[in-house]
Design a protein around this ligand. Sequence first.
Ligand code: HEC
Ligand code: HEC
Length: 348
Amino acid sequence: MNIKNQVILAFLSIGVLGFISSSYIFEPKELKGNEKILDIVQNLGMDMPLHFIPKNKLDSAKIAQGKNLVTQGFLNPENKKTFETRQSRHFVCTDCHNIQREDPDLSKSDPEARLAYVAKNKLKFLPATTLYGTVNKKHWYNDDYSKKYGSLVIPARDTLKNAVQLCAVVCSQGRELTQQEMEAVMHFLNSIGYETNELNLTDTEKKHIAKAISEPTNANKEDAVRILKSKFLDYSPATFMNPQSLEERGLGKTGNASRGKQIYELSCMTCHKEGGVTNYKLSEDKLTHKHLKFWSGTHKTFSIYDITRKGTYSKNGYKPYMPNYTKERLSDQQLEDLMAYINEMAKK
Ligand code: HEC
Ligand code: HEC
């Protein structure tokens, strides 16, 4: 073999070795389960939303600060030296939103399945959608929320940052987030985006996706994106309900009292307990329940049929208010369940 051929051979083998090693790194044979969906979508070459931060760029200090802001209203609640003002004097985000997964099947918004899931996982059952996976949504403040907030929702519909600012000011009755707070919150929200093991993917579907990542032909990519999209809702549906007419109300006759107890404890009591966000206290005692039972056959604000569907509004001088429950967050059957529990407690 002459020198020239040896050189060619050497180059060829470097090339082959290089090819083998690069395909070793970039060809996952299967999904591990903890891949973030948005990272996969980026890997497939799709356009990414403005709020997206890839997993390997997430900063753990910012994640922790963002979580503090969402759960306590401050980036650094421990550090007394920084003169940080609380985002809202009336609420924290987690009064109305969970920050954990709350639906057993992410492709459905079903309040009955959700109640069973949150009860099992010791979470709350709240009027607003969880912030878990909110980075995976395409639209926010959907459907009937435009009725409540009018033109305010227009900028908030298509951009997560705007949705957060709207909620900070209008829902939380507080101030807008500073740039630093927003950045921390975005790190936190990206850290709680959906992962592949949460999507009910079949083994075949997982193989398709792994293949699309390693062999990104157009057909594979489209296939993978289609599969991923079919596994979760990319917006949280919201249907406002009018309070049922007095004739339509079952007043608990067809309700399940043990599910009603869960709703009372995991939803109503989170705000109406001692130390909660409102001055109007609910409790386990008989008088509270007799009172709720008495008003349930009317259209007054103390009627659970009316207050849950209409909520209340902030007033000057008294900012805490009650968000209305949409059909997707509390079904008519669940109102009957709650009523059955109230009847039972009123009798004790
Ligand atoms: C008093 C209740 C309340 C508080 C406090 C609150 N929110 Fe909300 N938020 C809502 C309601 C109601 C909606 C309407 C849509 C939904 O979540 O279903 C909403 C919507 C959102 C959305 C869009 C969700 C979607 O899928 O449509 C985001 C994001 C959000 N809030 C973030 C926050 C953040 C961040 C905070 C804290 C700074 C906060 N919210 C505080 C009640 C609240
Ligand atoms: C996110 C917090 C929150 C949740 C959850 C919540 N409420 Fe409220 N609720 C409020 C606030 C704030 C008010 C306004 C109270 C006031 O004026 O002091 C209110 C008002 C009420 C009132 C009317 C009181 C009045 O003074 O007119 C009733 C009745 C009521 N809530 C029942 C319920 C029931 C039943 C549930 C559960 C299905 C529930 N609430 C869930 C925050 C909440």
